[in-house]
Design a protein around this ligand. Sequence first.
Ligand code: DQA
Length: 146
Amino acid sequence: MKITVINGPNLNMLGRREPKYYGSMTLGDIEEMLRGLGRELGVDVDFYQSNIEGELVNALQKAGTDCDGVILNGGAYTHTSVAIRDAVAAIGVPVVEVHLSNPHTREDFRKISLLSDVCVGTIAGFREESYSLGLLWFAGRKGQAS
Ligand code: DQA
């Protein structure tokens, strides 16, 4: 099983960015943690990050043909991007939406996700563990059709 973790804008700044919401781990730390968990679970994990909407659309389309599922933190595009939503809906593999913070406890504009209803599920508010929980869900489905 191969899972691609896709991170959107400003997530390359983790570690320095608003630690009260996002914690102190860098994106590199999170990738290392997920790679280790993937090894334990027998899941290959790939990573992609971009600050650019169209590049995230390209990465989702590629993931749709290259891997068995996607863990997606769309960052601020979660709340604004019809293009990313359409890409999630278009690809044939399950996408789990994740957030480090819990957007429902924050500003009103973060309470709307254009992605949630085209994703299989949403995991939010558990900091970096939101990604681990997504990976555990995929590992539990190994061998099942998508
Ligand atoms: C985020 C929440 C978004 O509202 C925000 O724009 C982000 C990060 C999260 O992981 O908590 O960039 O997706």
